[in-house]
Ligand binder design. Structure first.
Ligand SMILES: [Zn+2]
Length: 479
């Protein structure tokens, strides 16, 4: 049977539902610690998050503030009144038998995130997380409720993404935004940022039958699972078959999605307003206060840097990935106004030393001082790297390190000439090699001079002296 559709006419439509765990100290409706990672099972629980009868939830104001930050950063319209609803389902990790979420009156709607292609955001709402099940090797399942009640925001995009790659780029940018705001750690491996994807492939402009994919816990998984699903759905359609609406699980090991259960319609959850919680009111003053507290976001920063610093796109991408690094870079440029130079040094030397972007132990002042010493010819680049490393480890001022360790660059010509002459005398083979045309020998000899001076010889002057002596066929006098 001939293929009814040509591959070219197939259209892929993807929408993502992202769950981001908010970095609050306590849970969404009780005062238990929300920092459950690595804690002993069920240590962070109380009658509220255990779902004891009669225990009443109290909304965490900080969680609302964080959700507002995210919603405003995503250009959403914040609703002055939103409500909490019970999403009813039975599962052992859900002690109340329902999850408190927001349904028909979410916190915020109609936002967008630019990639630069504009991806519309349908809604941002607050909800609580469920607990965790641990399946042991002996076939026993244990319940840990430390995560039950931890605040989440769900960010639902419109189906504006048209390829697996675009879906990954969207996730990456969303993570950057949330991390810049400081509202989510963005750690996908620990489950702080999770993603479900809806995808359909259709032969025309009508929407196809959509599949939901769960269990996407890395950027790689998002892209790979969607690519697999595009392929699977296309193949079925090209064979003339039809797709069923279903939920599928991504299996990292096999690299395939597998059917999970037929998609529940939202009616199945029997949503209804939670009678224990009053509507959430966000007035103009609160919204404006949060709006004013927003930092410059990654996209705006990238655009400004391209204008202001004229840096290559690659440098901008690397340096703006983490907000502390971006701010550090700008602090150094203020003191040493040569953006490309600073960019090179930060990318090569600082990022090599930094384990966590929040732990930069060399001050911008000290970093700039090293660069000033290099440009003034006081120290060479090799020494500069050492000085940066030592200042990073000890917090000492670079000029002090240079003075104490006698690292000043040797630029004095008579002193250098003496050392160069000695090196030539000691390496007759390399000298002969160079004179017979092997230019690489010059590099070797320069290395010997650096070695003899503990890396302090002025490299430019060394090279000049070396080639002057070598090209003149002079037999250097022994010192
Ligand atoms: Zn609790």
């Amino acid at each position: 049977m001939p293929c009814p559709y040509s591959v070219k006419t197939m259209r892929t439509v993807i929408g993502l539902e992202v769950h981001a765990q908010l970095l609050t100290k306590t849970k969404l409706f009780c005062s238990c610690s929300a920092d459950y990672f690595g804690a002993p099972p069920n240590a962070h629980t109380c009658p509220v998050c255990l779902g004891m009868p009669g225990a009443l939830p109290v909304l965490n104001e900080r969680a609302v503030e964080y959700a507002l930050k995210a919603a405003l950063a995503l250009h959403c319209e914040v609703l002055s009144r939103s409500t909490f609803a019970r999403k009813n389902y039975f599962y052992p990790d859900l002690p109340k038998g329902y999850q408190i979420s927001q349904f028909d009156e979410p916190l915020a709607v109609n936002g967008s995130l630019d990639l630069p292609k504009r991806i519309r955001i349908r809604r941002v709402h607050l909800e609580e997380d469920a607990g965790k099940l641990l399946h042991t090797e002996t076939g026993v399942t244990l319940v840990d409720l430390n995560r039950a009640g931890v605040p989440l925001i769900e960010i639902v995009s419109e189906p504006d993404l048209s390829s697996p790659e675009e879906a990954r780029l969207y996730m990456e940018e969303l993570r950057r935004v949330l991390r810049y705001l400081g509202v989510c750690s963005g750690d996908m491996e620990e489950g702080s940022l999770r993603c479900d994807a809806n995808i359909s492939v259709s032969p025309d402009t009508a929407l196809g039958t959509k599949t939901e994919i769960k269990n996407l816990n890395s950027f790689k998984a998002v892209e790979a699972a969607l690519a697999y699903e595009v392929h699977r759905q296309r193949e079925i359609l090209e064979r003339g078959g039809s797709l069923t609406q279903e939920t599928r699980l991504w299996n990292e090991k096999t690299g395939q999605t597998e059917p999970m259960r037929s998609k529940e319609e939202s009616e199945d959850y029997r949503y209804f307003p939670d009678p224990d919680l009053v509507p959430l009111q966000v007035d103009d003053a609160w919204r404006e206060k949060v709006q004013k507290s927003l930092p410059e976001l990654p996209a705006a920063k990238r655009a400004r840097w391209a204008q202001e610093y004229k840096l290559p796109e690659y440098d901008i991408a690397v340096l703006t990935e983490e907000r502390p690094i971006a701010e550090y870079f700008e602090a150094v440029v203020k003191l040493y106004n040569s953006p490309k130079d600073v960019s090179n040094w930060v990318m090569s030397e600082l990022l090599r030393l930094v384990k966590e972007p929040t732990e930069i132990t060399i001050t911008p002042e000290h970093f700039a001082q090293v660069l000033q010493m290099v440009s003034a010819g006081q120290i060479n680049r090799t020494v500069a790297k050492e000085v940066i490393e030592e200042s990073f480890k000890t917090g000492k001022a670079p000029d002090e390190i240079v003075r104490q360790r006698g690292l000043e660059q040797i630029s004095d010509e008579s002193m250098l000439a003496e050392i160069v002459a000695r090196v030539l005398a000691e390496n007759p083979k390399a000298v002969a090699d160079f004179r017979s045309g092997k230019e690489a020998a010059l590099g070797f000899l320069q290395g010997q001079v650096m070695k003899a001076t503990g890396g302090q010889a002025n490299p430019k002057k060394t090279r000049e002296l070396l080639s002057w002596l070598l090209n003149r066929d002079l037999t250097p006098p022994l010192p």
